[in-house]
Design a protein around this ligand. Structure first.
Ligand code: NAP
Length: 260
């Protein structure tokens, strides 16, 4: 019974922002576990390079696509293109693309709100909605289609840094996850969120350079997250082992938000 409980072999996934950082960790985990993965972001050269590297693990396992997911029409265009290419079916959607902005309270610009909310929240909603028919077509009661939203522990606790729009946007992602979980359950689509703690990425580079030791000291397990930590939770959520979870927000943070 449990031999293939954690298998995602043969499934098809879309990972937004899948060319680098956490999205790249998830995409590689999926490819190594036997899935085929579309990686989408604005910089074609970045997703192309990731696709070349991941396709070396298994030929044809990773397909790059350019899309600006802060733009409503581009969300629809990506969803339509993928739905047609995949014969109307998609097993897994990972809404990982995200943007951050830090600035002092007194100077925090209006543009930061647009930037963070457009991609972190509105993009998640639009892309999920336009891919819902394809997800529903791939879903069964025993093995639902999966939507995995990448939130943040900054949407659970109060962050130390001046990231007002980002932390508000991530709290919004967590709640949107619950709302969509209820909405999509009748179509056998689960919706869960992962709230990562610190992981190495372009977005986190400056923070880790400046405060790496302080951050590690706040993580109960005493280390930064690894690619395997992120691959493990997303493969689990995408496999039959994760079929009975929906509307959850799972901190993957070495205890940073759960034990402080
Ligand atoms: N690293 C951490 O410690 C950490 C902690 C908590 C949560 N997170 C979350 O994890 C997710 C990934 O972040 P990361 O840390 O891996 O940072 P990252 O390396 O900066 O990755 C962000 C990704 O989002 C894509 N992206 C940004 N704006 C986009 C847009 N308008 N349209 C399409 N793609 C867009 C970027 O690709 P392009 O630039 O090519 O568009 C990139 O692939 C984010 O949602 C972030 O909030 C990260």
């Amino acid at each position: 019974m449990t031999a293939d409980l954690f298998s995602i072999e043969g499934k098809t996934a879309l990972v937004t922002g899948g060319g680098q950082g956490i999205g790249r960790m998830i995409s590689q985990g999926f490819v190594e576990a036997g899935a085929r993965v579309y990686v989408a972001s604005r910089k074609l050269e970045v997703v192309q390079q990731a696709a070349d590297e991941l396709s070396a693990i298994r030929p044809g396992s990773c397909i790059p696509v350019r899309a600006d997911l802060s733009d409503h029409d581009e969300c629809r265009r990506l969803a339509d293109w993928l739905t047609e290419r995949e014969g109307g079916r998609l097993d897994i959607l990972v809404n990982n693309a995200g943007a951050n902005w830090g600035a002092p309270y007194e100077e925090f610009p209006d543009a930061a709100w647009d930037r963070c909310l457009d991609v972190n929240v509105k993009g998640v909603f639009h892309l999920t909605r336009y891919l819902t028919p394809a997800l529903a077509a791939a879903a069964t009661p025993e093995d639902p289609a999966r939507v995995i939203n990448i939130g943040s522990i900054d949407g659970l606790h109060v962050p130390i840094l001046d990231t007002y729009a980002y932390s508000a946007s991530k709290a919004a992602v967590h709640h949107l996850t619950r709302v969509l979980a209820r909405k999509l359950a009748p179509q056998h689509i689960t919706v869960n969120a992962i709230a990562p703690g610190p992981f190495e990425s372009k977005m986190m580079q400056a923070t880790l350079d400046a405060f790496g030791d302080a951050i590690r000291s706040q993580v109960a397990l005493g280390r930064i997250g690894s690619p395997e930590d992120m691959a493990g939770i997303t493969v689990f959520l995408s496999s039959r082992a994760g079929a009975y979870l929906t509307g959850t927000v799972i901190p993957v943070d070495g205890g940073m938000s759960t034990t402080l």
